[in-house]
Design a protein around this ligand. Sequence first.
Ligand code: MTE
Length: 397
Amino acid sequence: MPARRTLLKAIAAAPVLSALGVPSATAAPSATATVSSAPGIVKPVPPEYFTVRGTNAEARFETFEDTGPLTPVDRFFVRNHTSTPVLDAADWRLTVWGDGLHGRTPVHFTYGQLRDLPSVTRSALIECAGNGRSLYATQQGESVSGTPWTLGAIGAARWRGARLSDVLRLAGIASDAVDVQPRGLDAPYVAGGVDLGRVRRPLSVAKALDDVILAYEMNGEPLPYDHGHPVRLVVPHWVGIASVKWLGDIEVSRTPLASPWSTDYYRLFGAAHPPGGSAPLTRQTLKSAYELPFGATLEAGRTHRLEGRAWSAYAPVRRVDVSTDGGARWRPARLLGPTRHAPWVRWQTPWRPYGPGPVTLLSRVTDAAGNTQPERAVHNTQGYLFDAVVRHSVTVV
Ligand code: MTE
């Protein structure tokens, strides 16, 4: 096991680090601290933009309306198993180790060495596997366990960093290595009194050598504390848990690896799935939704410009259809901006409601591979990968 050399400091010590050129996201306690903070999260999470759920902060999906294709850091959701460790880039080391390396000797990279490697920049979503989980209950009447996210466990950012493939090759990955397992430097996660160790989850070598980034910048700034400072993995299109934050080490193995995050969590269990559960989740799914609060009130007799977003982890978005009468009639929404390389697509549709009363608004994305949202998501006990058409109730007054 590699020695852990990274300095873990108390969140309270964070201001010291601003001298190191890392963002000073440390929310000095203020008069609003009681309503703008969440346990273990460094940045402010004001209630107008976030809903705090335990150690996590969900973005209010409807507030994405005034953001562009990228989610600003101060609006980006936080999913922490424990709490944000405040790490110092100057002391940070990445250790690559395991029997999947030619020499079998651990190889270390400093922050400076990582930054000296050729960099890549790409926009990508991070979306929690459980995003939309609460809709299993509210829309389908099915009970599931886990954080009851609505739709805001997602954000898009422009990530810059080194290619994981470059790092693995420099470390001497063997041609018969099959899995790598990145692990975070946050505190071990304890569930039901059992210490599961640090957050870690295997990734196939095929994916690791494909498009995975060791990111040190988010939207042009050094990675913020809550999002993995100094270095996190960004695993495009995969469930958020794959994008391990506060990366400390990567095991490389000639035999398949496992962790509680690939065996007990982040796979599909339940009547519709194999008795031992599905294979560990890899790709996210597809969704679309209106950027409106659930239960919003809209005025009758005037034209509203309804806006929303759509995304798919399988292929670029091809179209979004909308219904403003509970699904009786559908029409295409207007897609805004490019769809080909965008992590998600904004869309618009005009709507002039007539009489007062309750209305269900629907939207349905179809991607270039022909995937489309079903009416119902297939239930799984932990409520992952909700993909059904979202039924958005509003009231016309
Ligand atoms: N990495 C570590 N080390 N610890 C964590 O708790 N949470 C994971 C992933 N990486 C997590 C982690 C989960 S479940 C998600 S959805 C994403 O980080 C969330 O990334 P964000 O907090 O930057 O939005």
